[in-house]
Design a protein around this ligand. Structure first.
Ligand SMILES: [Zn+2]
Length: 1006
């Protein structure tokens, strides 16, 4: 579809209806801002990983109030113990790395002695937070008054758990000095350090003198004096770094061999030992910023560039510093910094500082974080992902940095607008293929396989659709510091960009740009709040934007318009649009021709109920709402309506698509991909898989695999239909699945119904109830008849399952299952039936970071039909046989070959002994399985199993079995090595007869 001209039409339409009523927003009359100026002298001790420093702070009270004290942030104390808000927040979200950290790995700030002149000031920690202090002033500070406060301070740098930290002699120094909390129109804003929940600090001037061994390459907020010899040092590294990229072949391709050698050599560079007494002192100066961060590593490679600002009177220097191991992904980092700062400067106002830089972390952090002038990127990834991260963080220089929103209270302002910026940036730079490049950051290059590439817009829309269709959305303007990482991601990273992008489309590019021009003029260095942003948008729109700020941002109400009727009336068509949702937002309506191209588009102001609108009827084949798919429309299937009796409409035909493709809500699609399945009975079975939709918001999923079994000379396969609904009939997720399978020697029809109960935007705890009924006929040749009865077998089971991980250190799940089995077995003339009941529980207790004790307990009873029950349903002592075929990784049930179920392939069901035991079990059995993970070196873990069964012969005497051994974990492949059991004798004792394997892939009965 071609929309190039549409914006112009839209824009002129708005002018004609008097849409523009721009009023430049101004700062409110009660607005003020405190003034701070920091002078910090700091010395890095790279043997102890500490900072010894002295702070001198000028503080000017521009408020109308007299201040008796000042709140100071002492955020390195967030890393002091497990009682800090940071520690508790990490723990609550499932992180145990810090919880289990040793004292020497943690960090803190101390040696504080706040003074005014010769007077030592009284100060104390915040009653709840040791990373906030209240410093009482010697004398009350009246409006307009200034004081100078000084203090020494000492920081023990933690290992990298979050933003401040080191790995070896790699230093990431942020949130490291005593910093006054903001005092503004709303009073004081003291806040503890958090990893989820950002910052709010006063704008001011920083003069920071950093002393460190001279071999360190360092980049920081602020500028060095122009003639500083450090620039010569950096330029020499630029020259060294460029050698690497000059290693190309005759056809200008990277010379991989030469580059590999170069990297090897550069990594061998020798540096002085830590504690080198040859130091340098660098003086960084920066005005009008609200934070100061610095990053140092002796190994950094350096690239340099320049960005000429729009009027070409001033160049901004670009620095990229990165570890040699990232040399390939960072090759074009200067371009990313340039393009991001250029785009953001044109959009949000000219960059007011002299450098824009990025430094690589040392992978351990795994995060990226913005600071004034400089960004730290801890994610390795590839070029595409790096560009996305750098672009995102550089844009923060405006929203977080220059505007300086209160990020802690209003996450959506900074992160929402920054995430939104990715859409226009990507669309400007890469046009059609743009989102595909970004997606390739996931499995690299997957976008090349896509029949229709994603765009950045469709990526964000897809994410937002998943959230809204599962009912997991929370309001965008929520307080995420108390919430979970999941709810933050859902609202801020997916929904916020979509709604701001829709607003930009509604306003049109010109008015959107005018808005930001005005906003920049008023609010550069100003700490604007939500009301200020709303005032700016409303001034630009010339209308009340309650539907945007109250409904789309402030609630989880659904936006959903659809075309309910389309009628030809002479030369015109009348389109009836109906509001099915809960938000009266403006809606764009368009007519389309046969090929699906937009003929004409018009906006309707928001309404409830239905409204009709007429268009020229020439060439019209259909009508749609939101033709460019900008709106966060909840249900797109009702958007589009064809004119009755129009034949040959291209887009009405179902489209066949390969593998994966961007959403095309206006048409029905069938995907296909080649498949190669394999099993012990069928051997390799090639074929094709067809499917319709994978993830939500597709509610009804169809899937079929058509394969050919060359061994048995017949077609085989599987077909399944899944219906899923969210938040219906008192459940949170209700699904039904109907599947037919002809594979692995079974002919099976199976129905599954599952209800799941869980909280919104919280992964656990949850419980679910599953009812499953299956009818199967099993071929004798496909099964090992030692363990399987074949013939016609029906089974019905009911399972209740509960999972809880909210206690973090303790995680557990419990399940209870009852099953009824009946059928007609091969070679047996009579019908059989039996019932079983099982209870199972798993408990994981964390002993340390990545160390745990796993306990499984199981008990089962055959309630009736002990002698009739098909053998695969009996409680075999050494794992189960997966009689319901839930486990797709069991490839061989024939009893021959290397991965035969039970013999070699271990399935943790029933009593679960890991050493193979071939004793026919009795009607009752139990098992306890213990594993110790992470305590032995490498992939090794240890296990112990205990199991019992009452014997078959009717004696009322339990027999118990015991085994112990080691296990090896290689990702999904798990190998058990039973070293001892109390039943094997002679030859059977040999490990080569007893090792067993499991593929641990997530499987689901649906
Ligand atoms: Zn961000």
């Amino acid at each position: 579809m071609n929309f190039a001209w549409k914006r112009q039409l839209l824009f002129s339409g708005l002018i004609l209806t008097g849409g523009i009523n721009a009023q430049t927003p101004t700062r409110p009359s009660d607005y003020f801002q405190q003034e701070v100026a920091y002078r910090i002298d700091v010395t890095l001790n790279d043997m102890d990983h500490t900072l010894a420093a002295h702070l001198e702070l000028d503080y000017t009270n521009n408020s109308p109030d007299t201040l008796e004290f000042i709140w100071f942030h002492l955020w390195p104390n967030g890393y002091k113990n497990n009682e800090t808000v940071f520690a508790k927040q990490q723990f609550k979200n499932g992180g145990t790395k810090f919880y289990f950290a040793k004292d020497e790995e943690r960090g803190y700030i101390d040696s504080l002695d706040f003074q005014m002149g010769a007077v030592h000031l009284e100060w104390d920690y915040h009653p709840e937070w040791i990373d906030v202090a209240r410093v009482n002033l010697d004398q009350p500070l009246p409006p307009g008054g200034s004081v100078i406060i000084e203090t020494p301070f000492f920081v023990k740098i933690p290992k990298i758990f979050n933003r401040l930290g080191h790995t070896g002699n790699h230093y990431e120094i942020s949130q490291w000095y005593p910093k006054p909390a903001v005092y503004d129109r709303d009073g004081w804003h003291p806040m503890p350090y958090m990893y989820l929940g950002e910052f709010y600090s006063e704008f001011g001037t920083f003069d920071v003198r950093i002393t460190l061994p001279r071999e360190y390459v360092i980049m920081a907020t602020g500028d060095l004096p122009e003639d500083d010899p450090e620039y010569t040092f950096l330029d020499s590294l630029v020259a060294v770094t460029s050698e690497y990229y000059a290693l190309v072949t005759d056809d200008d391709e990277p010379d991989k061999k030469a580059r590999k050698k170069w990297l090897k050599d550069i990594k061998k560079r020798e540096f002085s030992e830590p504690g080198d007494s040859a130091t340098k002192t660098l003086h960084f100066h920066q005005e009008r910023v609200h934070d100061f961060a610095w990053f140092a590593d002796k190994r950094y490679l350096v690239q340099k560039g320049a960005l000429w600002v729009e009027d070409s009177t001033r160049a901004i220097t670009i620095w990229a510093l990165y570890l040699p191991k990232y040399a390939d992904s960072w090759e074009e980092s200067v371009e990313y910094l340039h393009d991001a700062a250029d785009w953001a400067g044109r959009t949000y106002g000219t960059y007011p500082y002299n450098h824009v830089s990025a430094a690589s972390g040392d992978q351990h952090g795994g995060h990226a974080m913005e600071y004034p002038n400089i960004t730290i990127v801890g994610i390795a990834g590839n070029k595409e992902l790096l560009e996305e991260v750098i672009m995102h963080e550089v844009t923060h220089n405006w929203h977080y940095g220059i505007f300086g929103y209160n990020e802690r209270d209003y996450t959506w302002l900074d992160e929402g607008l920054t995430n939104y910026s990715e859409i226009p940036y990507w669309h400007n730079k890469y046009d059609a293929e743009n989102g595909g490049r970004f997606l390739s950051g996931l499995p690299q290059g997957i976008h090349r396989l896509m029949s229709r590439p994603f765009t950045m817009r469709s990526v964000k829309h897809s994410m937002a659709n998943i959230v809204t269709s599962t009912g997991d959305d929370v309001p965008i303007d929520g307080d995420f510091s108390e919430g979970s990482l999941l709810s933050y991601g859902l609202a801020i990273q997916s929904r916020a960009p979509v709604v701001f992008d829709f607003m930009e489309h509604y306003l049109g590019q010109d008015r959107n740009q005018a808005l930001w021009d005005d906003f920049a003029q008023t609010w550069f260095f100003g700490h604007p709040g939500p009301a200020d942003l709303r005032a700016a948008y409303e001034a630009a729109a010339g209308e009340d934007l309650s539907w945007f700020f109250d409904d789309l941002i402030g609630s989880t109400k659904r936006l959903d318009y659809g075309v309910s009727a389309l009628n030809r009336q002479g030369d015109e068509v009348e389109v009836t649009v109906t509001n099915i949702g809960e938000i009266q937002a403006p809606v764009e309506v368009a007519t389309l021709n046969k090929r699906g191209d937009v003929l004409s588009a018009q906006w309707l102001p928001g309404f409830s109920g239905s409204q009709a609108i007429t268009f020229s009827g020439e060439g019209v084949a259909s009508a749609t709402t939101d033709p460019g798919m900008y709106a966060p429309d909840f249900n797109r299937s009702n958007d589009h309506l064809p004119l009755f009796h129009v034949a040959d409409v291209d887009y009405q035909r179902p489209a066949l698509r390969f593998l994966l493709s961007a959403p095309e809500p206006d048409r029905t699609r069938l995907f296909y991909t080649p498949a190669l399945w394999a099993s012990g009975y069928n051997g390799l079975t090639p074929g094709l898989v067809f499917y319709h939709g994978i993830a939500p918001p597709v509610k009804n999923r169809f899937y079929t695999a058509l394969l050919y079994d060359f061994g048995n000379q017949r077609p085989v396969g599987r077909t399944a239909l899944t219906l899923k609904r969210y938040r219906v009939l008192g459940t949170d997720e209700l699904s039904g699945n109907l599947a037919y399978t002809d594979y692995q020697g079974r002919n099976e029809t199976r129905v599954t119904l599952q209800a799941k109960f869980r909280e919104r935007a919280v992964a656990a705890p949850y419980w679910r109830v599953t009812l499953q009924a299956a009818r199967r006929s099993l071929k004798p040749a496909a099964f090992d008849t030692l363990y399987w009865d074949t013939g016609r077998i029906n089974s019905t089971s009911l399972e209740a399952y509960y999972y809880d991980n909210t206690l973090n250190i303790w995680q557990y799940w419990l399940s209870g299952q009852a099953r009824l089995v009946s059928g007609k077995l091969g070679g047996n003339s009579g019908a059989v039936s039996g019932t079983t009941a099982e209870l199972e529980g798993h408990l994981q207790y964390k002993l340390g970071y990545k160390k745990s004790l796993q306990v499984r307990g199981w008990a089962g009873s055959i309630l009736s039909g002990q002698n009739e029950l098909p053998r695969q349903y009996k409680f075999w002592l050494s794992g189960g046989l997966d009689p319901e075929f839930n486990n797709i990784t069991v490839a061989n049930r024939t009893g021959s070959g290397a991965v035969a179920a039970y013999d070699r392939y271990y399935i943790q069901q029933g009593p679960g002994l890991r050493s193979p035991n071939f004793i026919l079990p009795g009607p009752r059995a139990w098992g306890i399985n213990l594993s110790l993970e992470g305590l032995l070196p490498g992939p090794l873990s240890a296990f112990v199993d205990l199991a019992g069964t009452d014997p078959n012969d009717g004696r009322n005497q339990w027999e118990t079995y015991f085994d112990a051994g080691l296990a090896l974990d290689f990702g999904p492949l798990h190998i058990d090595l039973p070293l001892y059991d109390n039943w094997s004798e002679g030859d059977e004792r040999q490990l080569k007869n007893r090792w067993r394997l499991t593929f641990k892939l997530p499987t689901s009965p649906i």
